[in-house]
Structures are given as structure tokens and as C-alpha cells.
Design a protein around this ligand. Structure first.
Ligand SMILES: *Cc1c(COP(=O)(O)O)cnc(C)c1O
Length: 370
């Protein structure tokens, strides 16, 4: 089976893991702080906290805002569940807004209505949580402006956008806090893990405390509130350190994979590829193809044809407002997310995808679409 997005690990990961194990650094060790320092440098932030997942990073961020039931968070409807579940963990209500047709991120034009719809339901909006989808930065500038006008912070879900930039700044820049994922299918992985970053020292100190079971400094572990077990282990951090060293090459490789698909398939009727917005370096974490009504087959028929050949492909994220669990959640905006879900197909995008395998995938797609 050719997977959608496989982890790539090599000799450097093995060496750093072996070093960690030889030193007895299994759960705790200097690798964790080193990984945090390196990631803070990459993202241009004062502070970084390594955690067990991207979802955990976002959850900590929302907990830091003291988000409560009866309060709302504005989220893009086109995203992965990990970007929304933390809102529910805090007992709050997500308000889903449509996305921009170029960046596929939260459409700033939908924000005023999202605030109004929340207000009409008696919900006070406490945060905006946009996402940088498939490796591309959202339109963070206008989102920050509108949120600031309303007096609410922006927490950026950059889980899919490690290595991506907007106007030369790494994904996540500008937001009060940003979250990243090192899940096995992302561009760099720790097997499972995440990172929370911010420039606010007090917030990050509290995040670190909450991520380690909220223990007050007493030998008997004094607790006056309840926290989480969200810390990342040293072995995972060792893998992350090795992965970070090759991030630039990984972005270049994923972009080359995307360009090969685009060059080989764009002439086919009804075929388009995910755009790259102005000022952006799209990491092309996943190569996404769009099949319009004049394409020979539907995205699902193409997916099944690829599956029959042992090739994994997947639809674009199903919009959250269409998910059964969120059928009653407030939503605003048009149908951009629904259209991307209907027409999109994510193609194998691994850094380890061989030229021969990609040529075979392209030949199968051409066969189906000609
Ligand atoms: C992967 C992902 C997450 C969650 O990250 P995990 O590390 O899997 O918990 C959150 N949001 C988006 C958009 C993601 O793709």
C-alpha cells in the first residue's frame, strides 16, 4: 500500500534515540528542553512547550483562557477534529465559519457574522481559533484585526503547517498562542506529539504547570486545581530534534511531489490543484487535487480506482457543520468548505514517495480522467 503521508525516519533519529536510551533519558532528559528551544527558534517565539499531541497543545491554550460553558469559540468548519475537540473538552460551544477559497483557512469576512450569531444564541465569544490547512497559512492579519476589535485573542491551529511561512514568518506568527502537531502523518513527527508556543512568559509558565498535573512546588504534590498529563517524553523529543534538522528539505520534497502532480495532470478536463496564496510558502503537507463537474470521474470514483491499485487517497476534511456530532452547532458563511469537500482529493504526499511510485499514481489518474 502507498500511504497518503508516511513518517520518514533515518540514521539521525536512530542515533539520537540510541544516545537518549544509553543515557537513561527515557521519560525525562535534556532532549525535551533542546527540542523546545529549537522549535521556538524555528517559529520565532520566546517560549515553546513540548506536549503529547497537537490536540493537547490547543486544549492547554483554551484552558489558559479559562474558557467555560456558555462561552463560544469561532472555528473554521473545514478542519480536523483535533482543532475543535478542545473547545468541547472545556464545555464551550464552537461556532463554525466558512473558509477562504484561496487559503482554505477561516474567511475573515465571515467573522463579524459569527460574533453576531453567537451573540444571538446568548453565547459570549472568548476566542478565535483559525487553522493553517494542508500546509498553508490562513489570512491571519485581518483575523487578528477583527478579533482585536472585539477584544478576543486568536489561537492559531498550525498543526498541519510546520515549515510553512507567510511573508517570511513561520506559520502561527502573530497569534497569542499557536499549536503544532508531530503526529505520525505530519511533515515532522515524534511518533505522536505537539508544541504550544507563545511570547507570553506568564501564560507559558502556567501552560507548563497545567501540563504536569498542576502540582504546586511541595514535596507531597500540593494541588489547588486539576491539570493534565500532557508532557512529551525524552525519546520522542530526541526523534523530534532529528526531524527538525531536515525540515527545510522535507518542505522542498513535498513541494516537488506537488509540482510533479500538477505538471502531469493539470491539462486534464476539470482538474485543478490547491492554490498557493500571496506571500506564502505552502509546505504542501498534502497534495490536494480538485475535480470539477467536467472531470471524467468523481473524486470518490478516482479514490476507489486508486485504492484498487493499493494507493491511499482521501477526501478533503469533511466540514464540521456536516458532522453528526455538530449538527446543532451554530454556523455562518457560504459553501466554500462544502465545495472543497465535494471536489477535493488528497494524494500520496510522503517525502519518501519514490519517483517510480509517483509515476504509477499519475498514470492511473490519467487513465481514469482521460
Ligand atoms: C493533526 C491536527 C490536529 C491535532 O494534532 P494531533 O497531534 O493529532 O492531536 C489539530 N488540528 C489539525 C488541523 C490537524 O491536522
Amino acid at each position: 500500500m502507498i500511504p497518503l503521508s508516511a513518517p520518514e525516519v533515518g540514521a539521525r533519529e536512530q542515533a539520537l534515540v540510541a544516545e537518549a536510551l544509553a543515557a537513561g533519558d527515557v521519560a525525562m532528559g535534556p532532549q525535551v528542553a533542546a527540542f523546545e528551544t529549537a522549535f521556538a527558534a524555528l517559529t520565532g517565539r520566546a517560549h515553546a512547550l513540548a506536549v503529547s499531541s497537537g490536540t493537547a497543545a490547543l486544549h492547554l491554550a483554551l484552558r489558559l483562557l479559562d474558557l467555560k460553558p456558555g462561552e463560544a469559540v469561532i472555528c473554521p468548519t473545514l478542519t480536523f477534529m483535533g482543532g475543535v475537540a478542545p473547545v468541547i473538552y472545556q464545555g464551550a460551544t464552537p461556532v463554525f465559519a466558512d473558509v477562504d477559497p484561496v487559503t482554505w483557512g477561516l474567511d475573515p469576512a465571515c467573522l463579524p457574522e459569527a460574533f453576531d450569531v453567537a451573540g444571538a444564541r446568548g453565547l459570549s465569544v472568548r476566542a478565535v481559533v483559525p487553522a493553517d490547512l494542508y500546509g498553508q497559512c490562513c489570512d491571519i492579519g485581518p483575523i487578528l484585526d477583527i478579533a482585536a476589535d472585539r477584544g478576543v485573542p486568536v489561537i492559531l491551529d498550525s498543526a498541519e503547517a510546520v515549515g510553512a511561512t507567510l511573508n517570511g514568518r513561520h506559520a502561527g506568527a502573530g497569534a497569542l498562542m499557536a499549536a503544532y502537531s508531530f503526529n505520525g502523518n505530519k511533515i515532522i513527527t515524534t511518533g505522536g506529539g505537539g508544541m504550544l508556543v507563545s511570547d507570553d512568559a506568564a501564560l507559558m509558565e502556567r501552560a507548563r504547570y497545567l501540563s504536569t498535573a498542576a502540582r504546586r512546588p511541595a514535596v507531597h504534590y500540593e494541588h489547588d486545581e486539576v491539570g493534565y498529563n500532557y508532557r512529551l517524553g525524552a525519546v520522542a523529543a530526541a526523534i523530534g530534534l532529528a526531524q527538525l534538522e531536515t525540515l527545510e528539505a522535507r518542505v522542498a520534497r513535498r513541494r516537488a511531489v506537488f509540482e510533479s502532480y500538477r505538471a502531469a495532470l493539470s491539462d486534464l478536463p476539470g482538474v485543478r490543484f490547491a492554490p498557493e496564496g500571496p506571500g506564502r510558502l505552502h509546505s504542501r503537507w498534502l497534495s490536494v487535487m480538485l475535480l470539477g463537474p467536467d472531470a471524467r470521474v468523481t473524486p470518490d470514483a478516482l479514490r476507489l480506482a486508486l485504492h484498487a491499485e493499493g494507493i491511499e487517497s482521501r477526501p478533503v476534511w469533511k466540514p464540521m457543520h456536516l458532522q453528526p456530532v455538530f449538527q446543532d452547532a451554530p454556523r455562518v458563511g457560504g459553501a466554500v468548505a462544502e465545495s472543497l469537500f465535494a471536489h477535493g482529493l488528497c494524494l500520496p504526499s510522503s517525502t519518501t514517495l519514490t519517483e517510480a511510485d509517483q509515476a504509477r499514481i499519475i498514470a492511473i489518474i490519467r487513465g481514469e480522467l482521460t
